[in-house]
Design a protein around this ligand. Sequence first.
Ligand SMILES: *Cc1c(COP(=O)(O)O)cnc(C)c1O
Length: 426
Amino acid sequence: MTRARSAQLYSNAQKLIPGGVNSPARAWDSVGGDPLFLKKASGSRIWDVDDNELIDYVCSWGPMILGHAHPAVIDAAVEATRSGTSFGAPTELEVEMARRVVDAVPSIEAIRFVSSGTEATMSALRLARARTGRSKILKFNGGYHGHEDALLVEAGSGLANQGIASSAGVHPEYAASTLVAEFNDVDSVRLLLQANTGEVAAVIVEPIAGNMGVVTPEPGFLEELRELTREHGVLLIFDEVISGFRVSLGGAQAVYGVMPDITCLGKIVGGGFPVGAYGASAEIMSEVAPLGPMYQAGTLSGNPVAMAAGIATIDELSKPGVYEGLRATTDKLADGLIGVFDASGVQAAVNRVCGLLTVFFTGNPVFDMRTASATDREAFGAFFHGMVDNGVYLPPSQFEAWFVSTAHTDADIEQTLDAVKKSLPA
Ligand SMILES: *Cc1c(COP(=O)(O)O)cnc(C)c1O
């Protein structure tokens, strides 16, 4: 496997683009080495610029749930492109797309499309502040909601910790207005809401955490969060940028039967194009301009090519049996991984939901950021490189989800498990 062309491009890119990448997760900083530069993809497969073919479990970090270059999505996008790529005026496609999202996601009655997940969460916070007249936000340690200032904050240590920015350049007042609780620990939320009575506008949570690796909500956690936020007059925001259209057509809220006040979408909703969205009841969404006083806008929002791709994606996902198939593929992979690890005496926790899984190298269960951090990251790095050498492309970090698509076949799973056997950490 030569990677000469990737190495050359990486070297050129580093002179022109910070770190050679347009999003830091694409660099291989946490596992070491030079990232592969990709040139094409189809179904479950990607090809790098040196013509190496790999099975892909990044899937653009989620959007490619149907696999790459799905014919229905490509046809829809190409057809839309021929009619013009952006108008800055309303189109029928936006109405068609909004109808599908409102029909699919139980708590959404009205929706605004934006151009990224970051824009969706940023707007959802503004909406929550507009609605409640309060300014503080509560998020969870290890929860990622895009790069908006108020959300680039994680706990230092201990649940009373307030607002330590995890990026330079974050306005200290924004960071200070963000409270950080522990995922799956409703008492940590209760304490913070009690200590900040009347000041918290919203609790924002990934109902299935995907950015500390996959961590599922323990039974009752989301229900109690719902109850507690209601008691305190705090809006509950589900960031379903990963879980939306992945764990079911209605997202995690449909799976767990817990309804947030505001939902954020991204990734899959754009079918591989830059789209995000936030939605809520018609009443809450009436705060948004031009109906209400909360301003939010976007030149390319509701872009017709992206809407066409999103519509085609949702229509494919709406066909009978799609999620059953995706779940079966995920289970086959997760069970296969556990089998290989058990047979070789490797201690690993495999967390999974429909279409997502993470392998944590630890003998203990992983249920929040603290337990996710207590894993063997060096072992992951070695494993990652073994997998790439054996033709399987994984997210280059212990704290990311592997994304399974409907294009992954049983043969792909077998080939993946073979690669795992060859890549096990010592
Ligand atoms: C990816 C992600 C975002 C940010 O979306 P972008 O399109 O990258 O801005 C927000 N929330 C979650 C849960 C995500 O996984």
